[in-house]
Design a binder for this molecule. Structure first.
Ligand code: KIV
Length: 288
């Protein structure tokens, strides 16, 4: 893994050179530090923070202030990777001016280097680019459209829908997006999109033909709470929840049984102070 800071031109160069781009979400200082030190090229403060970390049912309720808060924490940790943050639902839907103002806050106050928006919102992408803000597009399964989709399921399964996705990707590139995430679509579609676009195409549940892959931190680390369904496209590289649960359970049991702490985890007065301290009590001296 080269040490140099990952930039937007560097990602384009990776596509040209046929080097796969590894992207992962992060939501706070430790997850940002893990992602960055593990060599991720792009770290995304996903609005998946809503369901993964904040306990909301979907990404829809998360606010600009919450996204800013999490972006700042990740920014403090990420040194090498390109830091991208999601614009939350309704922060870019009302007007281009609104979108520019909100994206500007995520860049200026949050420290993100680019923003990601969902859907083929080409005029918004153009407005953001004109304001000097780099935009990552996101098509296919776009979770902010949950109520329109009815449920989060594979997109583009019919040939006409598949063709529309390819057209959307081409339009986003023409509007100025520097990269596109394609989520949960048949791999044949992502393969065509990847071939047709000059900009990098990052897949999630979109097959291996993309220029790179993105996964949600908690999904790949197995950190989701029990009961959260593992989607087909997720590969778990650890059983994070189980490992952490075992650690905390061990601690609770040792506190209860007085096995923790031991002298190993305790501090001592030095010899002189210990003598002076004991003599105060041994002589019956009272503390003021
Ligand atoms: O919010 C998110 O985590 C995302 C990725 C899944 C691409 O948008």
């Amino acid at each position: 893994m080269p040490d140099e800071k990952v930039t937007i031109p560097a990602l384009s160069e990776m596509k040209r050179a046929g080097r796969q781009i590894a992207m992962v979400t992060a939501y706070d200082y430790p997850t940002g530090a893990i992602a960055d030190s593990a060599g991720a090229d792009v770290v995304l403060v996903g609005d998946s923070v809503a369901n993964v970390v904040l306990g909301y049912e979907s990404t829809i309720p998360v606010t600009m202030d919450e996204m800013l808060h999490h972006t700042r924490a990740v920014r403090r940790a990420v040194k090498r990777a390109l830091l991208v943050t999601d614009m939350p639902f309704m922060s870019y839907h009302v007007s281009a001016a609104d979108a520019v103002k909100n994206a500007g806050r995520l860049i200026k106050e949050g420290g993100a280097e680019a923003v990601k928006i969902e859907g083929a919102r080409c005029s918004t992408v153009r407005a953001l680019c004109e304001a000097g803000i780099s935009v990552m597009g996101h098509i296919g399964l776009t979770p902010q459209s949950l109520y329109q989709f009815g449920e989060l399921k594979v997109q583009g399964s019919k040939a006409d829908d598949a063709a529309r996705l390819v057209e959307a990707a081409i339009a986003l590139e023409a509007a100025g997006a520097f990269c596109i995430v394609v989520e949960v679509v048949p791999r044949e579609i992502a393969a065509v999109v990847t071939k047709r676009l000059r900009i990098p195409v990052i897949g999630i549940g979109a097959g291996p033909e993309c220029d790179g892959q993105v996964l949600v931190f908690h999904d790949l680390c197995g950190l989701n709470c029990p009961g959260v369904k593992k989607p087909k496209h997720v590969k778990e590289y650890a059983s994070g929840f189980e490992v952490l649960h075992k650690a905390v359970k061990g601690y609770v049991e040792e506190v209860r049984s007085s096995a923790f702490p031991t002298d190993e985890h305790s501090f001592h007065l030095n010899r002189t102070e210990k003598q002076a301290f004991s003599s105060k009590f041994e002589s019956g001296a009272k503390e003021e």
